[in-house]
Design a protein around this ligand. Structure first.
Ligand code: PMM
Length: 277
């Protein structure tokens, strides 16, 4: 999943794709580099960010979604608002990516239930202006799994088709620094919930220390975390996640292909052994 943030203030690519033509070129380039899906967002979720009015969010995302869908590309909408999700679906979005897991807008599950489209429910503990303070866990993996399971139960109770649900641990959301790594180390405990997983590590702050020995890269800002992002992608793809949400598509697509080749080799090796015994 390639990211297209139509926001002047996203931490990693803010302001670059505000013009429709520039956004389209960026999306076409991501597809050419191997993205299967383009995630279009019009509201920054970075720590400290305030909310954007719904009308402004709609104005940012709908024209691009309509253009991309019109070109036959698979588009998701990154929104916490039921009304924006409704308009995005009407414009051709084929997936709703709700970073709040249906918590920010009580009307979201009804829209998802009616649309019968795939939906990403992410682990979330509050909006950008307060999420860092909510990085309080005794066991982050157990708690994220339990809180995601609670969102799944609510979604299903509201009529969302169980088969349409994709889960996301929400790296960087109410998780500062060290809280992120156990989620990557114990992805199997999230997979055990029984849903496809999406992981969004791309360019996030927790990656900065592992690139700390390379000040030249940190000087390039968030894009300097692309190498570390691709390393995370290889690991989580090896662990079997369904999707990674990334800015730098080419390197991450290569990381996914490496992981797939290793997974395939591991499987075929076992099949060989089975055949021989
Ligand atoms: N992260 C961001 C925005 N949307 N959606 C999902 N499902 N998972 C994420 O981890 C996620 C997301 C914030 O990153 P950005 O500002 O670089 O888009």
């Amino acid at each position: 999943m390639g990211i297209c943030n139509l926001t002047p203030d996203s931490f990693s690519d803010g302001g670059r794709y505000v013009e429709l033509a520039a956004a389209l070129r960026h999306c076409e380039a991501m597809v050419a580099a191997g993205a299967d899906l383009i995630d279009v967002g019009g509201e920054s979720t970075r720590p400290g960010a305030g909310r954007v009015p719904a009308e402004e969010e709609r104005r940012r995302v709908i024209p691009l979604i309509r253009e991309l869908a019109g070109r036959g590309l698979a588009v998701s909408v990154d929104t916490m608002r039921a009304s924006v999700a409704t308009d995005a679906i009407e414009a051709g979005a084929c997936l709703v990516n709700d970073v709040s897991g249906g918590r920010a807008d009580p009307a979201m599950f009804a829209v998802l239930a009616a649309a019968r489209l795939p939906v990403v429910l992410m682990h979330w503990r509050g909006h950008g202006d307060r999420m860092d303070r909510r990085d309080v866990y005794t066991d982050v993996v157990n708690q994220v799994a339990a809180e995601l399971a609670a969102r799944v139960a609510k979604a299903i109770a509201a009529g969302v088709d169980k088969r349409s649900i994709i889960l996301d641990p929400g790296l960087g959301f109410a998780k500062v620094g060290a809280s992120n790594w156990p989620l990557l180390a114990r992805l199997d405990e999230l997979t055990a919930l029984g849903f496809p997983l999406l992981v969004g590590a791309s360019r996030k702050r927790f990656l900065a220390p592992v690139q700390g020995l390379e000040p030249a890269l940190e000087k390039r800002g968030a894009a300097g975390r692309d190498d570390a992002t691709a390393a995370v992608t290889a690991l989580v793809a090896r662990a079997g996640v369904w999707c990674v949400r990334v800015h730098a598509v080419a390197a991450n697509a290569a990381a996914v292909r490496v992981a797939q080749a290793v997974r395939w080799a591991a499987g075929s090796h076992r099949a060989d052994l089975n055949g021989r015994t």
